[in-house]
Design a binder for this molecule. Structure first.
Ligand code: NDP
Length: 372
């Protein structure tokens, strides 16, 4: 079993030397997991997410405790959402050949406690999605995760926490936190990323005017030409973000969906209208250095009565059925496009993760580990 470990605590932007690939005999590992409930899963897809960096820092504990994700210790296998197939099971609910999703590892196999970390997928649905991918061709991973919830009755807080999905993050963050109204002006950062792509499209489907920012011309073109954004710009080419936002929103912004924090958040606050809303989904520019933290004009926040709200995807368990039905419908009718960015093989997991912090992904980053 080949798997990725963090060599040391990561302070700043992650790089290849922070990780190594270990190899172990699964039979040896099993000796240390004497339990009736153990399941060995052959990993098929694993999720790569920016928040993982916050579990790898030297001083991450207070945030991590707040979000209930565990700290990754040096030398430890790294947990991540994933989809796989059971190769051996000592748990009564799982048998060899079952498709499962849940909290797996960045590696070839995961040795997990069946009851808590795994959910079984309906085999026919899983095979259909993995092989045919009819429902949303480019979004197999997300679709499988979505179906898991559908079957297992989404209302379980535990399930959602474990797989974490950008779809519910975008949906809940936009509709519940931002509370959009038709005609409002929406700004989305990291707009070509996994969450941002969906937020922009949900905003368009709600009749809003949407501008996104991203870090390359290719991404900007995608947003404007394929994903229906009203406008988009490359923030790396803007010497002054405040002036850039004034140009795109001469009358001000009603809603800012923040994926990046830092200077972009400062500029958005400057350009927000009175009674504007800011959803703090993520602050990726701040994950790699405290010196990059946003310094906000709080007097402006008061006088403009701006509402700034952070959230976690686990907050939206109650609207999961609504999210699934509307999103699946829009995907089927082509009103919503989902994009996956796939890397291949365990060896490429560290690079795939590091790439997120250099803008080298478009859409949801996953690593395909094996063919089912
Ligand atoms: P993305 O797919 O958006 O990948 C990250 C993107 O962020 C990169 O492609 C890059 O695009 C951009 N980026 C990287 N570094 C910087 C930087 N220093 N400044 C500005 N932009 C940067 O990731 P996700 O869609 O999965 O996540 C987006 C955000 O949402 C993250 O902050 C993540 O932590 C958060 N999140 C929060 C959740 C919650 O429950 N609250 C759940 C899931 C995600 P570009 O080319 O635009 O620079």
């Amino acid at each position: 079993n080949k798997y990725v470990v963090k060599k040391n605590h990561i302070d700043g932007v992650p790089n290849e030397s922070d990780f190594s690939i270990c190899e172990e005999l699964l039979s040896l590992k099993l000796h240390s997991h004497v339990s009736n409930n153990v399941v060995i899963v052959k990993n098929l897809y694993v999720s790569i997410d920016p928040y993982q960096i916050n579990r790898m820092k030297p001083h991450s504990s207070s945030h991590i405790i707040a979000s209930t994700a565990s700290v990754v210790l040096p030398g430890q296998a790294i947990e991540a959402g994933g989809v796989g197939r059971v190769v051996e099971s000592w748990h009564p609910d799982f048998k060899t050949g079952d498709f499962v999703s849940g909290l797996l590892h960045w590696g070839e196999y995961s040795v997990v406690e069946g009851g808590q970390q795994l959910q079984k997928l309906d085999t026919t649905v899983a095979i259909w999605l993995l092989q045919e991918a009819n429902i949303c061709k480019a979004k197999v991973f997300e679709a499988v995760v979505a179906f898991t919830h559908l079957q297992k009755f989404f209302a379980s807080h535990k399930l959602l926490k474990q797989v974490g999905s950008s779809g519910i993050t975008a949906y809940g963050g936009f509709f519940q936190v931002c509370k959009p109204k038709k005609g409002e002006k929406v700004f989305v950062s990291a707009a070509s990323g996994s969450v941002g792509i969906l937020v922009g499209q949900y905003a368009k489907l709600s009749g809003c005017y949407v501008v996104g920012c991203a870090g390359t011309k290719e991404k900007v073109d995608l947003l404007k030409e394929k994903l229906g954004f009203d406008d988009a710009f490359n923030y790396k080419e803007e010497p002054n973000l405040n002036l850039a936002l004034q140009r795109y929103f001469p009358e001000g912004i009603d809603i800012y969906f923040d994926n990046v924090g830092g200077e972009m958040l400062e500029a958005a606050v400057e350009n927000l209208k009175s009674f504007g809303r800011i959803a703090i989904c993520g602050v990726i520019s701040e994950y790699t250095g405290t010196q990059k933290r946003a310094k906000l004009d709080m007097v402006g926040v008061i006088y403009k009565r701006i509402r700034i709200e952070g959230f976690l995807c686990v907050d939206f368990v109650d609207i999961y059925p609504e999210f699934i039905s509307t999103t699946m419908q829009h995907l089927q009718t082509g009103k919503l496009k989902a994009i996956e960015d796939i890397s291949y093989g365990v060896e490429n997991i560290p690079t795939a993760f590091i790439d997120l912090f250099h803008g080298n992904n478009i859409g949801k980053k996953v690593v395909k580990i094996a063919q089912e």
